[in-house]
Design a protein around this ligand. Structure first.
Ligand SMILES: Nc1nc2c([nH]c(=O)n2[C@H]2C[C@H](O)[C@@H](COP(=O)(O)OP(=O)(O)OP(=O)(O)O)O2)c(=O)[nH]1
Length: 130
């Protein structure tokens, strides 16, 4: 395979709140909060990966929107990218996470995010309208 492989992370916002999901694994990330998402499969577009991951992890249908924030280089040639997402159908459920929370701008500043997502906080706060 050539080039970098992408991990998509979805910023799902409703009524001035952002959906965060609490990781169960690996042990060093368990208990920390992230944007739902995961690795783009070979041949898959990032937007399709956002839709698939949120279907698998949350049981909802979404559309993927514009990119937000900066790229975050991960291990093993992976790059982490955040995208806006709009809820089309369903209510998010923690199918693969320990818990879900809708946070406002203040709570986003206080919650224990995974380190890799911390750089996105200013953009996310701006999207929350604070
Ligand atoms: N989904 C997600 N992953 C993140 C975020 N921040 C961050 O560093 N990561 C890292 C954790 C993992 O190393 C990688 C994504 O792994 P994952 O476990 O969520 O994805 P996946 O389900 O497609 O992976 P897998 O089944 O192959 O393990 O990106 C984030 O906000 N959301």
């Amino acid at each position: 395979m050539t080039g970098e492989r992408e991990v998509v992370a979805a910023a799902l916002i409703r009524d001035g709140r952002l959906l965060l999901a609490q990781r169960t694994r690996p042990p060093e990330l368990a208990g920390l909060w992230e944007l739902p998402g995961g690795k783009v499969e070979p041949g898959e577009t990032p937007a399709a990966a956002v839709r698939r991951e949120l279907r698998e992890e949350l049981g909802v249908e979404v559309t993927a929107g514009e990119r937000i924030g900066a790229d975050v280089p991960l291990h093993d040639g992976l790059v982490l990218r955040a995208y806006r997402a709009e809820l089309v159908d369903g209510t998010p459920q923690a199918l693969e996470h320990a818990a879900l929370r809708w946070v406002d701008a203040r709570e986003l500043g206080e919650i224990a995010l995974v380190d890799n997502d911390r750089g996105w906080v200013p953009e996310l706060v701006a999207l929350l309208g604070a």
